[in-house]
Design a protein around this ligand. Sequence first.
Ligand code: ZN
Length: 325
Amino acid sequence: MQSLVTDADVSCVYCHSLNSRPLYDTVSIAGDRFTLNKCHSCNCCFLLPKPTRRQMDAAYDASYFGQGESKFSGWIEKVLDHFRFQRARTVMRYVKSPANVLDIGCGNGQFLQRLIQNDYNAYGLELPSKSAERASRVSGLNLKIGQLCEEDYETDFFDAVTMWHVIEHLSTPQNTLRIIEKILKPRGYLMISLPNIDSLQSRLFRGKWLHLDPPRHLFFFGALDLIKIMQAFGLEIVTIKYFSLEQNPFGMQQSILNCMLRKREVLFEVLKGNRLYAREYSGLSILFQKIFCIMTFPLFAMLSVVEAYLKKGGTMEMVFRKVRC
Ligand SMILES: [Zn+2]
């Protein structure tokens, strides 16, 4: 009998090679099982079986974007505002206003709002969602709701393009990088942040690692492999940061909770208002999880400094510059 599995079903999501090996298994919040595979050709790590349309639609339902006026509850949004401001400062360090900046996957637009306040021309792109609705209320923001399309922006238009924890969600990253290279001005910057598959926390927690986030995160690269890939698009590395107080301590904490509990990301989902997902966990259990995270935060913040020193931080922030004219 002929196999129903095609080459496309098992090929590397980045280079389409059929030559890969399984690393470890993981289970999504919907209970779907996947294996993380590593490509022998380009070192891309990706999920098999490839997530189906149905699984992806379920993964990006309303609960992913948060239910209310903001994605998280009030005090968490205040903390996140601080990190959005830091990202805006990163842009301001490299590109002086007035300048054109595009944020792909701009969420609620708060990061771009800070740039608008500092006289930048801000462009945002977000999928149709509650987040896009929030971004549409940001005054002065040029927002497109939908996918990145070649004809949307002029060639050599942007001084900087940013993708904060977005690239790993892309189903056709080559296409996105090709368009970015085209719309960036010569010497313009691409700034991204993404999970680090070579991190200590990734290697320690494997399938239970928070930042694996199956099935939303479609592929992973280590820093050196990603630098090679960007070079092919005419983008040279300027700097890499392996420390993130926003992402890395909580990456360890939630991964530990994932190892202790039957379901993954229980606390993270509760913090987004998705109490339905955590319905089998009592209020007391959730309270203990919160207390664990608050009490141990200084410890994990220190461990994140060590991770970063070893260039093994849970996430990476990378700045690239367009070299082609
Ligand atoms: Zn590959």
